[in-house]
Design a protein around this ligand. Structure first.
Ligand SMILES: Cc1cc2nc3c(=O)[nH]c(=O)nc-3n(C[C@H](O)[C@H](O)[C@H](O)COP(=O)(O)OP(=O)(O)OC[C@H]3O[C@@H](n4cnc5c(N)ncnc54)[C@H](O)[C@@H]3O)c2cc1C
Length: 377
């Protein structure tokens, strides 16, 4: 039976809220995680499960590499199969400019111990049979990048939170109650109140809305991204393929079933929290996929959907306290929240419970200069 007082209340049942809750629970804290809908109803259940370490700054590469270690051991740690599979990520270069960018980034990534390399067009043809070589120069390939199942990861974290706390779906936080500059409690849409001295806003694309309940402005804006999945087919490539052309796309083959799952980044971007879908996307994704691997031109699409990226102005997450004592923000994953989630959750738990992290994350501060940019978006 759940009483209404915890050590920490987490708002949001996606990968970020659940990973943060898991690591706080590991520290012995009683965590209540409240979700307005069901676990994974937000971006996490709409993502395509890619996990990569190829980023452009020391901090983002480090966070991604630490997160990868956590994915590797997740099945054992959570005592649940999360369908982790190491198939790599391949960023294609169709221009000299892209090739130069990759070569520069690879130097930094290799200096940090990442097993990434620039590979030739011939090598790409060997690992992606049937790929079109039109304009293809080569690509940045990291074989230790991977994929996993977001639903199983969230479920695994949630099970552990429940051991000493609670995961409560269908509770929308409608007010955050403050006394003498400190958080005290939250109230839900059905007028229940839960008390805790620490409240974590992990509401994904809704972080801004939740922060507005206490008049804090957080520069996280939702952007709609569409995705689709095809009928299963015999496995013939193993990695996430990222076509970085202006009209490119990215997709992989799901571990197990062999369906192709993929997306592209709309240009111009599609701001807002809408979860609508379009025929334009299906048509265009079909064209882009078929151009890259002609053998995929006639494969049947079985489902399409959309979800939100949660964008910050510089492409980096926000993990910080606020001017209200006990109120924390963990969000703004900019479309990388699944892959970064385990390490972000662990860092957030250290920051919240101990006031410090094992390495410097000041780049994730709420009140930072947002002018720098993550290149590998
Ligand atoms: C099409 C697509 C493909 C993607 N592919 C990848 C990928 O391959 N790899 C990768 O790493 N990332 C990918 N992403 C990005 C990734 O899904 C997100 O970055 C990540 O899921 C964010 O997790 P989150 O926990 O912050 O947010 P969410 O999963 O959105 O969780 C936030 C939760 O908060 C809840 N909430 C909101 N307001 C309230 C409230 N007032 N009260 C209670 N609950 C509330 C929401 O219902 C939601 O469930 C993709 C995203 C999309 C849309």
């Amino acid at each position: 039976m759940t009483n209404n007082t915890a050590d920490v209340i987490i708002i949001g049942g996606g990968i970020i809220g659940c990973a943060t809750g898991f690591y706080l629970a590991e520290k012995g804290l009683k965590v209540y995680l409240l979700e307005k809908d069901y676990l994974t109803a937000g971006s996490t259940g709409r993502c395509i499960g890619g996990i990569r370490q190829q980023f452009s700054t020391k901090l983002s590469i480090r966070v991604a590499m630490e997160s990868m270690k956590k994915f590797e051991s997740m099945t054992e740690v959570l005592d649940q199969d999360v369908e982790f599979h190491r198939g790599g990520y391949l960023f294609l270069a169709h221009s000299e400019a892209k090739k130069t960018t990759y070569l520069e980034l690879i130097k930094l990534q290799q200096s940090m111990g990442l097993d990434v390399d620039y590979i030739s067009r011939d090598d790409i043809e060997k690992i992606v049979p049937g790929i079109s070589t039109d304009d293809l120069l080569g690509g940045a390939y990291c074989p230790s990048d991977a994929q996993a199942n977001p639903f199983l990861c969230v479920d695994g974290y949630a099970k552990h939170i429940r051991k000493n706390g609670a995961v409560i779906p269908h509770k929308e936080i409608t007010s955050i109650n403050i006394k003498a500059g400190k958080v005290r409690s939250i109230t839900t849409n059905d007028n229940e109140t839960y008390y805790a001295p620490i409240i974590v806003n992990a509401a994904g694309p809704f972080v801004k809305n939740v922060a507005q309940l206490v008049d804090i402005d957080v520069p996280i804006e939702a952007e709609r991204h569409e995705a689709l999945i095809t009928e299963p087919m015999e496995r013939f490539f193993d990695m996430m393929i990222v076509d970085y052309r202006n009209d490119g796309c990215y997709f992989n083959q799901k571990w197990g079933k062999g369906s192709i799952i993929g997306c592209y980044t709309p240009k111009p971007n599609a701001p807002g929290q809408s979860l609508g879908t379009s025929f334009e996307f299906v048509k265009e994704m079909g064209r882009r996929t078929g151009r890259l691997i002609p053998g995929l031109a006639n494969i049947k699409i079985i489902r399409q959907w959309s979800g939100s990226y949660e964008m910050t102005p510089d492409g980096n997450p926000i993990l910080d306290k606020t001017d209200i004592q006990g109120f924390y923000i963990v969000g703004g994953m900019c479309g990388h929240g699944f892959m970064l989630g385990p390490e972000i959750g662990s860092l957030a738990a250290d920051f919240i419970a101990e006031g410090k992290t094992s390495y410097d994350i000041s780049t994730f501060a709420l009140k930072r200069d947002y002018t720098s940019k993550e290149v590998m978006k």
